[in-house]
Every structure is written in C-alpha cells, then in structure tokens.
Design a protein around this ligand. Structure first.
Ligand code: HSE
Length: 436
C-alpha cells in the first residue's frame, strides 16, 4: 500500500479533533483511502507539542513553508480559519504542488475564483466539506449526490452559534449574552463571534453552496446580510402566539427568472416547518433540484468532532485520488471563471413580511398605516393589535402587528420609511421576513 503524507496547519479545536480521528480509526481510514494516511508534520504559531495526541515538539514547526518543502507531504490541511494568512498558505501550497483540504469558509467565499483557478492551473485538488454544515456532508451531497439536477433553491440554517442562541433564548428564556458565552465555551463560535451574530458566517457558507449550485462565484458582497443582534424576544413571542410562526436565521439562494437571488436574514417560518425542529448547534440545508425535488441535509453544524469528521472524510478522498494517480486531473467542483451570474436586486425580491408598528394609541392610526401600505401596494394578510402591558420608556403606545402577502422588498422598505417618519410613530418599525 502506498503512503500518503499529511501536513496539518492549525492544531486548534478542529485540528486536534482531526488528529484524534486519524489516530483512532487508522486502519479503517487506510482501507477506505486505499493507502496509508500518515500525519507527517504540523504547523502552529502557538502550540509547540500536544503529548495527549502523541505530537512531540519535533513534529511541530511555526513556519508553514517547512511543510510545503517536505517531499513526504502530499496534502496540506489548513485549519486556522480567517482570510489571511490562510489565503496565502492555500495558494502557496497549491503552487508548491500540494493538494489542499480546508475547513475555511471565509477564505473560500472571499477568494473563490483565485483559489479554484490556482488549483486548476496547478492541477491540484481543493476539498472543503467542513466549510459548510460542520459534520453534515452537504458539499459532497450537492456537488456529487445531486449532480444530475438543476438547482432551483437552497435554504439553510447554516450557523450553529446563532441557532444555539435563538434556541436558548426562546426555550429557556436565557439572555442573549449568556447564550453566546455558552456557545463560545462549547467551541461553536468563530474566533470573532460577530461573524456568527451579524450573519457573515452564514453568508460565507451560502456563497460557497450557491457558487457550486449555480456554477459561478456568488460573492459575499452580492448577498444582503442581516444577523440576529437586533432581534427582540418580544417579536418571537408575539409572532408565535398571534401568527403561529417560529424564527430561524436563514441563508437562502434561488434561481429567479435567469437571475440568482441570495440573502441572509432572520425569518419566520410557519409552525410545523421542519426547520423549526432544528435546535441548538444543529444545521439543516434544504436543496431543491429539478429532478429530485426537495432534499434536506441535517446534523451537527458546529463543534470539534463534527467538523473534524468532515475534514477526515476529505483527507480520505483526496488521499485516495493521490494514491490512484488521478488527483487534480479534473477539479473537484465545476468551475469556469468566465461564467458570470446575474444577481437579482434586493429591492426586487418577493417575500411575505411581519411588521410591528409602535404608535400613539389613538383613532386614525390604523387607517394611516394601512393607507401608506396600500399606496406602495403592500397587501395585508392579517392585522392584530395586542394589549400593551408594559409602557416602558416611551409612555402610552400601541403595537400594530401586520402580516403581509408576498410583496417586493423595495415597496415594503419605502412604505415603512414613510410610516417611521409620521408623528404617530413612536419607535422604528420592526421588519422581519416570513418564509414558507
Ligand atoms: N461558527 C460556526 C457556527 C462554526 O457556529 O456554525 C461552524 O462553521
């Protein structure tokens, strides 16, 4: 049996998990890879050794070039995350003739063209199962399992940290900050948790999934992104009680009359929607293909061992190709740098909305609001005015809840801007999309 060498950069949470799996399942991994998979050398800026994993100081360097120069290393596994120096390391590895396995969604989403074209030019493979959905094999599922389909839609709960926070807030009344701290300690959150909270991590993952699905790079700058930081638990409770809706942070990409529409935002879903039973750090990704119809991938989207599971699966399949001598003859994902996608303007996207107006409690208010909504063709599905129990800092006021029919985003924004400028309005209107 041939021996295929691994050089692993980043001995943090996921890196340590991958080493554990490779040590634990050594025989099985070799059988599946059709070759011996050997951990040759490690690179880490801070960690010098890890005796619990059998990594001695001589096994670790702080200079990744040592790994690139090592002729026993065929595959570089990049697990440091972030844009730089990860981008440079990946590009240098490909130019040095190494294949790459990475869990880094940020670098792929931001430098998709550069990384994939460099891989193609040097006939090297880049695998990245752990970049999306943690341990859920959605990249392989989409890229290979659904290869015979035109993809019409992708909709996913793609961030474990925010899903964990939303679950703890709505089911256990935990404070946002406490839930975030728990997620951080469990190893779910990004080094900078703002990436999770502000929706950027979800946008990175959606960019990767849609770039595979639609055959060209969907840039993060083309994905309007809202996170969960501004959400008020009050809306989650009201929407559930009055409209039968539950909330998730979603990444959505659809083909829409020859254009692609991609967005990341919190959205209400009708009670009974399968995504509402996706709790804590779990992820779910629904993919609609023209032949298969709907497929849902589900599992642990964050955490050490699920992510490491995906990294090891990539290592096995790249090693297998290297051992067979087929690695890099064809790229892993279809990629054509000349193919460009037309993106739908955010204003033109159609969606239903939950609107909560905070107004003076007097006659004529509802008429004014419905008049302005009507002027912008925002059609109302249902209206509800809950009794205000706590007047809070703004004094006597009313809440008017409106659920709309599907309308253009641009129309909703214009109508709400006008309503927010009225003297009857006491606080900024809450606008949350409803998906069904
Ligand atoms: N911070 C990410 C999440 C880790 O919470 O989903 C997995 O990509």
């Amino acid at each position: 049996m041939k021996s295929i060498g691994i050089g692993l950069i980043g001995l943090g949470t996921v890196g340590s998990g991958a080493v554990k799996i490779i040590r634990r399942n050594k025989e099985m991994i070799s059988r599946r890879a059709g070759c011996h998979v050997r951990l040759v050398r490690f690179c880490d800026k801070f960690i010098r050794s890890k005796p619990d994993l059998g990594i001695r100081s001589g096994d670790v360097t702080s200079d990744y070039h040592d790994l690139l120069k090592n002729r026993d290393i065929d595959i570089i596994v990049e697990l440091i995350g972030g844009y730089e120096p990860a981008r440079t390391m990946i590009l240098d590895a490909l130019r040095a003739g190494k294949h790459v396995v990475t869990a880094n969604k940020a670098v792929l989403a931001k430098y998709w063209d550069e990384i994939l074209s460099t891989a193609q030019k040097h006939k090297r493979l880049v695998y990245f199962e752990a970049a999306v959905g943690g341990g859920v094999p959605v990249i392989q599922g989409l890229n290979e399992g659904l290869a015979g389909n035109r993809i019409a839609k992708i909709m996913g709960v793609l961030n474990g940290t925010t899903n964990f926070i939303l679950t703890k807030m709505s089911e256990e009344n935990m404070k946002f900050s406490d839930a975030l701290e728990t997620a951080r300690k469990a190893g779910f959150a990004e080094a900078n948790p703002a990436y999770d909270i502000e929706g950027l991590d979800t946008a990175h993952k959606l960019s990767i999934l849609s770039s595979i699905a639609f055959g060209a790079w969907v840039k993060i700058s083309d994905i309007p992104t809202e996170g969960i930081a501004k959400l008020d638990l009050f809306d989650l409770q009201l929407a559930e009680r009055e409209f039968g809706l539950g909330l998730k942070l979603l990444g959505i990409a659809k083909e829409n009359r020859g254009k692609v529409e991609a967005r990341v935002h919190p959205a209400f879903l009708p009670i009974g929607h399968p995504f509402l039973s996706v709790k804590n750090e779990y992820n779910a990704i629904l993919i609609e293909g023209d032949s298969v119809d709907d497929v849902i991938f589900y599992g642990k989207g964050a955490g050490q061992m699920p992510a490491a599971s995906a990294v090891v699966s990539d290592i096995i399949f790249v090693a297998r190709h290297v051992a067979e001598g087929t690695a890099g003859r064809l790229p892993y994902v279809t990629y054509d740098e000349k193919r460009k996608i037309k993106m739908l303007k955010a204003d033109d996207s159609l969606c239903k909305y939950y609107l909560r107006f905070t107004t003076k409690d007097r006659s004529g208010v509802l008429a004014k609001i419905s008049g302005l909504l009507g002027r912008y063709r925002v059609s109302i599905d249902s209206v509800f005015q809950p009794t205000v129990i706590d007047e809070g800092k703004i004094g006597p006021h009313a809440h008017i809840l409106v659920a709309t029919h599907a309308v253009r985003e641009g129309s909703v924004r214009k109508a709400v801007r006008q309503i927010d400028g009225l003297s009857i309005t006491k606080a900024k209107t809450v606008v949350i999309r409803i998906e069904d």
